[in-house]
Design a protein around this ligand. Structure first.
Ligand SMILES: C[S@@+](CC[C@H](N)C(=O)[O-])C[C@H]1O[C@@H](n2cnc3c(N)ncnc32)[C@H](O)[C@@H]1O
Length: 292
């Protein structure tokens, strides 16, 4: 990976702040505390609160994917978790309250160092909550940094939300290779909401001009399209997953619509959100033991 590419990823860091600020309009535990801390430190100069107010579908999306992934996590009895591109997600903070869980948060250096410092301010240190620097696309794999923290012979749960959507196809393949290596070594599952089709994003932008503005702002900030790096159709996403050697089980995000607090907080029309979530799924991916 050359220096230019590394800097390129570093710009995606900013989107971590955008979605974190969107989560403040939900009842997700610790979301408000985290958003307040980052605003207090003046790190975000995107006049987010005003924008986020209008970007109701971004908030609905991030709340739905967070809660849907949590539902899928609950179906597995796996106690070691590696979260990729954690950004400012509060999941590690929540799940590590259970001392039987080893939770490893990872992201690019700048973001994960910042996250660790925020968590330190909020709850101090926890012996089962770890922060490591992982560029998920890097070859040779940086996932190896997590192995001293993981128990050999026990499965691992790999999570990511809002990472693959920014990456090119080649970069997505690199992430898949790194995840396959981990699942070969430990067994387990990869749970992600990141297989999205561009059509659904286009429709959501028509329903919410705030989302359109925000995706454009994100594209300008990162130099990467926040729409076009997704899959043309869901069928193409499924084909990609299959070709990458995974077997997928899909969980439709509509299952969490009754849990979405932002509908009331932001006064969002549930029908618009229903339309958006119909085509959104969380994928639970395991290694396909019989690739053709
Ligand atoms: C849209 S944010 C999502 C953050 C978090 N998952 C969430 O939902 O709030 C994208 C995240 O991807 C991280 N990121 C970008 N490129 C990455 C890479 N190559 N490897 C690991 N993380 C990366 C950014 O630092 C940022 O935290």
């Amino acid at each position: 990976m050359n220096k230019q590419q590394i800097n390129d990823f570093d710009k995606i860091v900013l989107t971590g702040f955008m979605v974190s600020l969107a989560r403040q309009f939900t009842d997700i535990v610790y979301a408000q505390e985290l958003a307040q801390l980052i605003e207090k430190e003046g790190l975000v100069k995107l006049s987010q609160p005003q924008n986020q107010d209008k970007s109701v579908l971004l908030t609905a999306r991030v709340e739905a994917r967070y809660k849907a992934i949590n539902q899928v996590i609950a179906q597995y009895q796996i106690t070691q978790v590696l979260e990729l591109a954690s950004g400012l997600l509060p999941r590690g903070l929540l799940m590590s309250k259970n001392p039987n869980i080893t939770f490893i948060e990872s992201d690019l250096p700048e973001m994960i160092r910042y996250k660790q410092q925020l968590i330190q301010q909020l709850v101090g240190e926890r012996s089962n909550l770890h922060f490591i620097e992982i560029d998920a696309t890097s070859r040779p794999s940086e996932f190896i940094k997590s192995t001293p923290l993981l128990k050999a012979g026990q499965p691992v749960m790999i999570l990511c939300e809002g990472l693959l959507t920014h990456l090119t196809l080649v970069e997505k393949e690199l992430v898949c290779t790194n995840i396959r290596e981990m699942l070969h070594r430990y067994s387990g599952v990869w749970i992600t909401s990141d297989f999205i089709d561009t059509g659904s994003l286009m429709r959501s932008q028509q329903d919410d001009s705030g989302l359109k503005k925000l995706l454009q702002a994100g594209t300008n900030l990162t130099g990467r399209s926040l729409v076009n790096n997704n899959f043309g159709t869901l069928e193409q996403a499924r084909q990609f997953v299959y070709e990458q050697g995974f077997r997928a089980t899909e969980y439709n995000m509509l299952k969490v619509i009754d849990e979405l607090s932002c509908l009331e907080i932001l006064g969002i029309d549930p029908e618009v959100v229903r339309r958006m979530l119909t085509t959104q799924s969380v994928f639970a991916l395991t290694l396909d033991s019989h690739p053709s």
